[in-house]
Design a protein around this ligand. Structure first.
Ligand code: UDP
Ligand code: MG
Length: 218
């Protein structure tokens, strides 16, 4: 009997590997850091210079709310309380976005946020190339969140406090886990945008310039 069980597990795992992105092979970098650490801003710079596609887990969830999906109200409640949406929802959105894209290198911004997220993503047999961690003090992140005025319902003092709490309690352990495997590239994110990007560039240099970049016409 144990043989039969082993065999079925083996088949399932093999199917997973092949079907997870419809057979598509991708390279993924996790971009992590507290709320307001500059993940989205720096991801835009990386996209421009190194040809990655930016997938913000938070943006995908906000789009899902707006699309009027059946999970929309539930996702909205969780985000407004600064808590973390169940992995299967976020992972499905990330998978769909990677399959739909013509690109094969992705920045996954703001995910995984807790151990459950991380373990669930490991189950789809996709390991990140490395983890980019934007390190910033709460004081500075709080200033940025309250100053940025992007119309986000969760950028208010009360929810920001909860998001900081969730970051320290649930997300930092994920960063520590990857750090223990030597996979974290830590960036001092408390500096101005251009200075932070200088450090980011050093990390991404081995990935070469954006392939489609045209020589400048002058
Ligand atoms: N969120 C989530 N899972 C994710 C990413 C985001 O549940 O994988 C939710 C969570 O409630 C978070 C919110 O979306 O507080 C906003 O996330 P985003 O990354 O956009 O913002 P950040 O907090 O990093 O500024
Ligand atoms: Mg963001």
């Amino acid at each position: 009997m144990s043989t039969a069980v082993d065999a079925s597990v083996a088949v399932t795992e093999q199917e997973d590997v092949e079907n997870i992105l419809g057979g598509k092979k991708v390279a993924v970098v996790f971009v992590l850091g507290g709320p307001g650490s500059g993940k989205g801003t720096q991801c835009s710079n990386i996209v421009e210079h190194f040809g990655f596609t930016h997938l913000s887990a938070g943006e995908l969830l906000r789009t899902e709310i707006k699309s009027g999906s059946e999970n929309g109200a539930m996702i909205e409640n969780i985000i407004n309380e600064g808590r973390i949406v169940p992995s299967e929802i976020t992972i499905k959105l990330l998978q769909e976005a990677m399959i739909k894209s013509e690109n094969d290198k992705f920045l996954i911004d703001g995910f995984p946020r807790n151990e459950e997220n991380r373990a669930a993503f490991e189950n789809i047999k996709l390991s990140p190339e490395f983890v980019l961690f934007f390190d910033c003090s709460e004081e500075e992140m709080g200033r940025r969140l309250l100053g940025r005025n992007q119309g986000r319902a969760d950028d208010n003092i009360e929810t920001i406090r909860k998001r900081f709490g969730v970051f320290v309690e649930s997300s930092l352990p994920v960063i520590q886990y990857y750090d223990s495997k030597g996979m974290v590239k830590k960036i001092n994110a408390a500096k101005p945008i251009t200075e932070v990007f200088e450090d980011v560039k050093t990390v991404f240099q081995p990935y070469g310039p954006k392939a489609t970049q045209m020589p400048s016409r002058e």
